[in-house]
Design a protein around this ligand. Structure first.
Ligand code: COA
Length: 260
């Protein structure tokens, strides 16, 4: 499938999704959301053999500099609320994707860009990465989950400060706060993400999917994460992969998982 705003490439089962609007610092316009929705709901789920997905931004300055502010002037309360809900739903598709999704943050991750990175399972920051939720500077609140996920990652104290001031933090502070997993030299974000996906791809695919579901369950209203955990522990115990993983350990060999 060809996309107007995304460039997709496949490197040995690792899909690299590049948000490709460098002239606007990869700001998320309506078409980008349409493309992300099509990719994560139709295209990617069909590629059952992939190891995982990396999301990055075109160019060397910006991951994603937020929602496209040029589309904001036409908004009214109803259309703005619908835009926000649609964005949230598309980011849930990413957060609930059954294979690891890693944000390779190669510059500005502001507003919707920070929210996109937070919807991914892991975040690798280049040394030039800058994170922030500057929406209050525009007189509005975050719309794609930022007011909720930022608290999940960095806690209420710092989340409140970042959200209230609209300020930016650099890669090292993001690492110290727990917003990102690693900081790497500028330009090495995708390589680091590939290294991690190389490791997760050797694990049991069903277990990987269930770990994603269980961690998400902790934050989903109405879900009992502990109950889900013992249920999924039982479900995994019924898979051929679990038998293979346990046997491989005892026989001191590498497990050959089949995803069954
Ligand atoms: N929406 C639409 N266009 C954007 C954009 C956004 N969120 N962020 C940047 N752009 C565009 C600029 O309008 C500019 O386009 P132009 O050359 O046609 O004028 C181009 O990208 C380059 O941006 P510029 O501001 O010139 O780069 P800079 O290096 O001086 O500043 C930022 C970089 C990221 C600090 C600045 O662009 C910025 O503050 N962007 C908005 C961030 C934001 O508030 N995001 C949250 C939105 S809810």
């Amino acid at each position: 499938m060809a996309y107007e705003t995304l460039h997709i490439s496949d490197d040995n089962g690792i899909l690299l999704v590049t948000i490709n609007r460098p002239q606007a610092l990869n700001a998320l316009n309506a078409q980008t959301f349409t493309d992300l929705k099509a990719f994560f709901s139709e295209d990617a789920p069909k590629r059952s053999n992939i190891k995982g997905i990396i999301i990055t931004g075109a160019g060397d300055k910006s991951f994603v500099a937020g929602a496209d502010i040029k589309e904001f002037l036409a908004l009214n309360p109803e259309s703005a609320s619908a835009l926000s809900k649609r964005g949230q739903d598309i980011f849930f598709l990413i957060e609930r994707f059954p294979k690891p999704v890693i944000a390779a943050v190669n510059g500005f991750a502001l507003g919707g860009g920070c929210e996109l990175a937070m919807a991914c399972h892991l975040r690798i920051a280049g040394a030039n990465a800058r994170f922030g939720q500057p929406e209050v500077s525009l007189g509005i609140v975050p719309g794609y989950g930022g007011s909720q996920r930022l608290i999940q990652y960095i806690g209420k104290t710092k989340a409140m400060e970042l959200l209230l001031t609209g300020g930016m933090i650099g890669a090292d502070e993001a690492l110290q706060l727990g917003l990102v997993n690693y900081v790497v030299p500028q330009g090495e974000e995708v390589e680091k993400a590939k290294e991690i996906l190389g490791k997760t791809a050797t694990k049991g695919p069903i277990a990987i999917q269930k770990v994603i579901e269980l961690v998400n369950a902790h934050f989903q209203v109405g879900q009992d994460g502990f109950e889900r955990e013992y249920q999924e522990f039982g479900n995994c115990a019924g898979t051929a992969d679990f038998m293979e993983g346990a046997a491989a350990f005892i026989e001191k060999r590498k497990a050959e998982f089949k995803g069954k």
